[in-house]
Design a protein around this ligand. Structure first.
Ligand code: SAM
Length: 227
């Protein structure tokens, strides 16, 4: 899979691309990330990328010319703009993007991007959540990491990405490791029993209980999509 990122701050990605699963995915060739520095398409001596909004108002808006120059050669890719106005990114979104060979993530800054960029160059708008960040880079880094771990061979045991939160509209159950007792805080007895039937039943009950308590919306959505 190839992911292009259009950003004013390519250096932002030095950390996220250089560690752990994403770094391994890149090293193994499962993932290629190409950073496109928007500043290279900036206008004039100062490589200007933004201008004040028509109609007045606070802040600056990202201009269409640099964005068009960066996006035109990427027309064959699936182009995603990160914006608070987009559809909230979910596991389903990442599953879908992981199936696409060539994706472009566009990171906004300032007050956002001239609407004509969205109307003419963007296939999908995605949000990281209901809050406003300073730029789309955090969302792009989150998406790259979420997608990388779904690519074949990147996570050692494929079951790890099949049995986890948001699969089957459930959150994951509590997990424990050694020691079985730490200062009197014991691990649930069933997990030490070696009885796989009982363990699976306990896990399934905890998943359901936790989801009911914390994210009943997931269960409701699951029901809706089944009918
Ligand atoms: N004026 C915009 C609004 O009210 O929706 C917010 C602009 S924000 C300061 C600058 C850029 O950060 C956005 O263009 C977008 O690319 C990115 N951004 C901010 N919050 C985001 C979020 N929740 N999800 C995805 N991208 C976000």
């Amino acid at each position: 899979m190839k992911i292009n990122v259009i950003t004013m701050f390519p250096e932002y990605f030095e950390g996220p691309l250089d560690v752990s699963i994403v770094a391994r995915g890149i090293e193994d060739g499962a993932l290629v990330v190409v950073l496109h520095d928007l500043r290279e398409h900036g206008l004039g001596r100062h490589r200007q990328l933004d201008d004040s909004p028509f109609g007045g108002g606070p802040g600056m808006v990202m201009m269409i010319e640099p964005m068009a120059a960066a996006l035109e050669p990427l027309r064959d890719t699936h182009r995603v703009l990160f914006t608070p106005s987009g559809a909230p990114m979910s596991q389903e979104t990442l599953d879908r993007w992981a199936q696409i060979d060539d994706v472009t993530f566009v990171c906004g800054r300032y007050e956002g991007v001239d609407q004509r960029v969205i109307d003419n160059f963007i296939d999908e708008e995605a949000s990281l959540g209901d809050y406003v960040l300073a730029g789309g880079e955090v969302a792009a880094a989150a998406a790259i990491e979420g997608v990388a771990r779904l690519l074949p061979g990147v996570v050692g045991n494929p079951e790890s990405t099949e049995k986890e939160s948001f699969r089957d509209c459930l959150l994951e159950e509590p997990v424990y490791t050694r020691p079985a007792d730490f200062q009197g805080w014991a691990v649930p007895e069933v997990l030490l029993s070696g009885d796989h039937g009982r363990i699976e039943e306990w896990r399934s009950q905890r998943r359901l209980e936790r989801t009911r308590q914390r994210r009943p919306d997931l269960l409701r959505n699951g029901k809706d999509s089944d009918t």
